[in-house]
Design a protein around this ligand. Structure first.
Ligand SMILES: [Zn+2]
Length: 515
């Protein structure tokens, strides 16, 4: 589900980087004589097998940890071999460094995941008989109407956050160390993939955060009584609290509609073959609560996995994940491994967000999903409000994170800086909060990718409307155009669409109750 839940599970674009192993041993096969193609094909075979294990883990199916470890070690070997012998293709070079960093961080990251669940928890509240912890925090906020209780847990978790500092510090230090062996930082690699300069990205994010602030705060006052049960939004009403509560009234409009049928019908009429994308909707105890898509073997083995949650969120999840699905399934099987698999994060999210924005397209809601006019207003307002909330929050997250690498912040400096940025963009939040986020401490950068993708989608949609008319999704040619874009995979031109913060802000700021 956009914008954040879907990459907890390592949204499939991370999988090429999923080579995880205990240490960087020498490879067990003689690769010196191996050609680039052979090396890449070995990389693909290992990645496919490892992805399947990760998929099973997320899907709540049996998986083999020893096999995962073994495959990760071999993948690290292949990456080292590539780095020792080749400089090109550049994307493969950068992905190989990331694969090694993943492997070296593995122990620390597993410990971080465990300790976070264990040590960020409270004795005061329970869900289904289990104490509320980091993992059930969002569920608690969604279910708890008494804001004083939500505040209590928030304050307690913020106070406990420094307990995981040493592991976060260590995780970041390993990344810095691995990249420095190749005279790079994780930020250099990220910016190179995204085709952006540091100053350019920072300026863009500043503008979005600054300009979204006022409308967000005004609209938050409008929704606070209904959604938060109080007059004003405060520091502990985080983005996820809003997201977990604000969509409830929309379910009634989608009751009785089948999300899976609707997305398959829509994409089918748009010219995409959805039959080859496997869908697993079964309920299993250990299945991830958020939907996900894995391109296991691209383009032939693409799988979407989800659990039914509520009518509206099922639509959101499936539209988003099917965007990833058609992106993966549209690849040309004859293309190189790196072209098919190594994709800038914002490019992967471009396709998922593009398909998901159909649900925020009034004409599509009305004519294709047969939703009434009044309901459409309500859907649009809540969706845009959440986009504004997202912008203010992610502007702070993203700016702190890129400065972290650029200015070599200590953890304390990062915390102080993040607090300062929240004050600038929305409401001052205790700086330790960033340590409790599910992406900020777990990834090197990642945060700006959704922001970049959202702006790119606005520009692509403007072009689609211009070239194919207001109902562009009924044009076969528009379908061909998107399929062509999807097929470019790792050669997607990240500079083809100008990222225009003003256009994006204007769209998201037009809320019916503020007119
Ligand atoms: Zn996604």
């Amino acid at each position: 589900m956009w914008p954040a839940a879907s990459f907890v599970h390592a949204d499939r674009n991370c999988l090429i980087f999923a080579g995880k192993g205990k240490d960087c041993r020498a490879p067990r096969f003689d690769v010196n004589s191996m050609s680039l193609e052979k090396l890449a094909s070995r990389y693909e075979k290992l990645t496919v097998r490892l992805s399947e294990q990760y998929y099973n883990q997320e899907a709540g199916l049996p998986y083999d940890k020893d096999l995962m470890k073994e495959l990760s070690e071999q993948l690290t070997g292949v990456s080292l071999e590539f780095l020792n012998n080749f400089k090109e293709p550049r994307s493969m070079y950068l992905a190989s460094i990331e694969t090694i960093a993943n492997a070296e961080r593995l122990e620390t990251e597993l410990e971080l995941k465990e300790q976070r669940m264990e040590r960020i928890s409270t004795e005061r509240y329970a869900i289904d008989g289990k104490r509320v912890n980091w993992g059930s925090w969002r569920q608690f906020n969604a279910q708890t109407d008494d804001s004083a209780k939500r505040k209590e847990v928030f304050d307690e978790f913020i106070e406990k956050a420094p307990r995981i500092n040493p592991l976060v510090r260590k995780r970041m230090a390993i990344s810095r160390d691995v990249y420095s062996r190749y005279k790079l930082t994780p930020l250099d690699s990220y910016l190179e993939f995204e085709g952006l300069g540091f100053d350019e990205l920072r300026r863009l994010l500043m503008k979005l955060g600054d300009n979204a602030k006022e409308t967000f705060l005004t609209a938050a006052d409008h929704y606070a009584p209904e959604v938060l049960g109080k007059k004003k939004t405060e520091y502990y009403d985080d983005y996820y609290t809003w997201r977990g509560r604000i969509y409830n009234p929309l379910n009634k409009y989608f009751e009785g509609k089948k999300a899976l049928d609707e997305i398959q019908r829509f994409l089918g009429s748009f010219g995409f073959e959805t039959a080859k994308i496997q869908v697993d909707a079964e309920d299993r105890e250990k299945k991830s609560p958020s939907a996900f898509c894995f391109g296991i073997q691209i383009p032939n083995d693409v799988r979407i996995c989800y659990r039914r949650v509520s009518p509206f969120s099922d639509f959101g999840s499936l539209f988003h994940e099917f965007g990833h699905g058609i992106h993966d399934a549209s690849a040309n099987p004859k293309d190189s491994v790196w072209k098919r698999y190594i994709i800038p994060m914002s490019v992967a999210e471009t396709f998922s967000i593009l398909v998901e924005t159909m649900l925020h397209t009034p004409k599509f809601l009305k004519e294709d999903l047969r939703i009434s006019g009044k309901a459409i207003n309500d859907i649009m307002d809540r969706e845009r409000f959440m986009n504004l909330a997202f912008l203010t929050f992610y502007a702070a997250n993203s700016i702190m994170k890129i400065e972290f690498w650029k200015k070599t912040y200590s953890l304390e400096e990062a915390t102080e800086r993040w607090q300062e940025l929240t004050k600038r963009f929305f409401i001052e939040v205790p700086g330790n909060y960033w340590l409790l986020h599910h992406i900020m401490p777990d990834y090197d950068v990642y945060s700006p990718s959704y922001v970049i993708a959202s702006m790119r989608v606005s520009a692509i949609r403007a072009q689609l409307e211009r070239d194919f008319g207001e109902s562009w999704w009924r044009s076969g040619k528009a379908g061909e155009f998107i399929k062509g874009l999807a097929r470019t995979r790792g050669e997607f031109d990240v500079k083809a669409w100008k990222l225009d913060p003003d256009l994006y802000l204007e769209e998201q700021s037009s809320l019916s109750f503020l007119q």
